[in-house]
Design a protein around this ligand. Sequence first.
Ligand SMILES: [Zn+2]
Length: 245
Amino acid sequence: MRKFGWEKIFALGVAASLALTALGGQWMERRTAKQAFYPVRLAGRQLILDAGHGGEDGGAVSVTGVPESQINLAVTLKLDQLLGFYGLSAILLRESDISLHDPSAGTLREKKVSDLHNRVSAIESVPNALVVSIHQNTFPDPAYHGSQVFFRDGEESQAVAQAISEALQTLDPENHRKCAKIPDSVYLMKHITCPAALVECGFLSNVAEEEKLRNGGYQTQLALCIAAGVLKWENRGGEIQGPVV
Ligand SMILES: [Zn+2]
């Protein structure tokens, strides 16, 4: 049995990312990638990945007209792929550009409310869940840029957010934005009861950052940092177990 430290987790993630790139830019089918590596000791939590918005609810719109929901989904799918290399099988609330509303919802408002209710129900139905929600930021002043990670109340939420935030800083060492508590106005986070972190990957209102956020390679880098943060958190106080030989 071999043991891996934090630096090697990141290095392995880079290697995994490069391997995927070498496959002609094609991501392997999800279930295949999940079998490629070995199971990691879980911290007793079932990871749920929430690609924010979707379908008619595009969320924020970028300076070139790209809806946040598309970038959220792209980063989430890449994140799921990368975590799969470590044997982490996440539950994805959505895997395509859809809203999760009930068929009976009519207006856009009704669909949005129903979508959020259903996300809460889906999360609450999973015992010992840990949620990582992926979003993109926007602000009237186009000068603002950089990622920021938010957390629900509680030690675990704060720890996972901090780990993700530190990993994301390797992408942008100038970004010193601290983790912050999720405001109560965020319906999903107010109504779930498990630990959760919400990642705002960057600002769609900043021209330079928006261009990066639309780029598949940069999305992979973001996913890699978030994966590294989750793995680091999951490995708190111990070491990740390598393959049994
Ligand atoms: Zn959002």
